[in-house]
Ligand binder design. Structure first.
Ligand code: SAH
Ligand code: SF4
Ligand code: F3S
Length: 525
């Protein structure tokens, strides 16, 4: 299959606006006249496939092509001159980073960024599908944008990110919010310039969502959010198919970037003065498995440890793929920080089995032991879901005891939310909401207690803080993070922003530390 054919087979729906119906004269006309039933029936459902577990699991390991020749089409290079864009980002770091790429594309088209919806000529909602409440927030925002769009018909409103990979979401937008100008998927980000062009000139809703994952596009422009910490994607997608999770459907199969491309990006960040990078992937421990070389996350981290950048983190780890080679490399320390986010999801082996996590409580604990033996000071944090279908009180108690046994210093805790198209969504969501809430509250109380206890140990200690800027609550106070990712607030001259400095901890709170500058302000990298 040549590249063109592959692209076409990937492309399960792409609306050619000229096919739809004669274009109304203006965007405003379109909003009034759009016949969403016609759109859905004829152009959407016919070609759109919902997330399908069987099909998705049959993914073949055919080559994913890597492209190094991306450029913005000439006719789009100045289209944004004098115009502004705003991107609202929901969800995980992956989305935050995709937003940086879209900001890069728009900037290269001449647009400037703005925080004010009233000033924006292009508004993109980069959405998250992980839980129902994430989706509700986006639909709330779509509702808020409608009056603005009616007032400013030339405003382009786009929906992208994980929600746009879901059939039900796209149908709902087509039916209820036809004023949206474009919907594009997570594999279509690099197509933004062309899609924007269609949205500007066609007067019809532009839809492009490839259900099958795309190739890796290497040299996309990026406008990073800060100049101190940077994200670096090392892989895309997820092949784990935990039974509750929508990500393997919204992000496609695992595709690793080539090591040399990652290393070059890290070098460039180091050369531009970045102090910290976070290597990103949904399951970073699977890095390299799809490459034709014997090369894993441990090997990559070893090479990155030699680059002159003070701090290197990685997220998210999956316990199943966390191998000895990685532990060995991490245990050497240096710029590789020993904070490990290792989602466990449940402390009950039976629940873990139905979640398809592919490890037991005992295996998880053995891994924790191994990590602690190699890195005695490592900080462990986790993710937990409560109220999974059929979770009994005893099984929930197993989660509580695991939480204490591992001594997690922080945890993101969630109430189970059924996601259409996943296997768990077919099982009865049979734990009453009061029970789910009660479990969450008890778990959170324990998490808070453990976090506060971990913080307490820092009182009187001197820690190294990468100073990020003014604290969110008080502009007279600066804040930053320690190597083990603890938030520290302290007073100091603004000149220390962007530096790694020593701070003495004076007071521990539940989720942060207060400190004071150690006399000499000298960078301590
Ligand atoms: N790839 C990462 C995290 C992905 S999503 C991992 O495997 O750990 C982040 C977290 O959201 C998950 O760890 C899980 O705790 C939570 N999550 C995912 N799907 C969920 C669902 N359907 N309901 C509630 N929480 C969910
Ligand atoms: Fe979802 Fe993470 Fe499981 Fe992948 S490994 S399916 S992203 S929870
Ligand atoms: Fe959400 Fe997609 Fe991330 S579903 S958590 S934005 S991968």
């Amino acid at each position: 299959m040549n590249e063109q054919q592959r692209k076409q087979s990937n492309q399960i729906k792409q609306v050619d606006p000229s096919d739809i119906k004669s274009a109304p004269d203006s965007n405003l006309e379109r909003i009034k006249n759009i016949d969403s039933d016609e759109l859905i029936g004829k152009y959407f459902q016919a070609t759109y496939e919902p997330p399908n577990l069987k099909k998705a699991k049959k993914r073949r390991r055919e080559d994913v092509e890597v492209h190094y020749d991306f450029s913005i089409p000439e006719e789009m290079q100045n289209v944004g001159n004098g115009k502004k864009f705003l991107i609202r980002t929901y969800g995980c770091q992956m989305n935050e980073h995709d937003t940086e790429v879209m900001a890069g594309l728009l900037t290269d088209m001449g647009y400037e960024s703005t925080d004010d919806t009233n000033e924006a000529d292009v508004i993109l909602l980069n959405t998250c599908a992980i839980r129902e409440n994430a989706e509700n927030k986006v639909f709330g925002e779509i509702g808020h944008l409608k009056p603005l769009k009616l007032e400013k018909p030339d405003l382009i409103v786009g929906v992208c990110g994980c929600m746009s990979q879901e059939e039900s979401v796209v149908n709902r937008i087509l039916e209820k919010h036809p004023f949206i100008d474009m919907i594009f998927g997570t594999h279509n980000i690099h197509r933004l310039p062309g899609l924007l062009k269609e949205a500007m000139f066609s007067k019809e809703m532009v839809l492009e969502v490839w259900s099958k994952e795309g190739d890796i596009i290497e040299n996309l422009p990026k406008v990073r959010k800060g100049k101190i910490k940077g994200w670096v994607n090392i892989m895309y997608g997820c092949d784990k198919f935990c039974t509750y999770c929508i990500v393997p459907y919204t992000r496609g199969k695992e595709r690793s970037r080539m090591p040399e491309d990652i290393i070059q990006e890290v070098r460039q960040l180091a050369a531009s003065g970045y102090k910290e990078i976070t290597l990103l992937g949904q399951n970073v421990n699977a890095y390299g498995k799809d490459l034709e070389i014997e090369y894993g996350l441990g090997d990559l981290m070893e090479e990155i440890s030699k680059i002159d950048i003070p701090r290197v983190r990685f997220t998210t780890s999956h316990p199943r793929d966390f191998d000895d080679r990685l532990i060995e490399v991490l245990s050497k320390g240096g710029n590789l920080l020993d904070h490990i986010h290792l989602p466990v999801q449940s402390g009950s082996s039976d629940v873990l089995r139905v979640m398809a996590r592919r490890y037991t409580r005992e295996e998880y604990l053995r891994l924790v032991d191994k990590i602690r033996t190699a890195m005695p000071n490592a900080t462990l944090t986790t993710d937990i879901i409560v109220g999974f279908p059929n979770e009994t009180d005893e099984q929930f108690e197993d989660t509580m005891t695991l939480m204490a046994e591992v001594g997690f210093e922080a945890a993101y805790t969630y109430i189970y939310s059924p996601r259409e198209g996943t296997p768990a969504a077919r099982w009865e969501d049979n734990i009453p909401m009061e029970v789910k809430k009660e479990r969450l509250q008890r778990l959170n109380a324990l998490v808070n207690e453990q976090s506060a206890a971990a913080m307490k140990k820092y009182e009187g200690q001197i820690v190294k803080v990468l100073v990020e800027g003014e604290s969110k609550k008080n502009p007279d106070v600066l804040s930053g993070y320690t190597e083990r990712n603890k938030l520290v607030n302290f007073r100091a001259p603004k000149s220390v922003v962007g530096k790694i400095i020593e701070v003495k901890i004076t007071k521990a709170k539940t989720w942060s530390l207060d400190g004071e500058l150690v006399k000499k302000v000298v960078e301590v990298v």
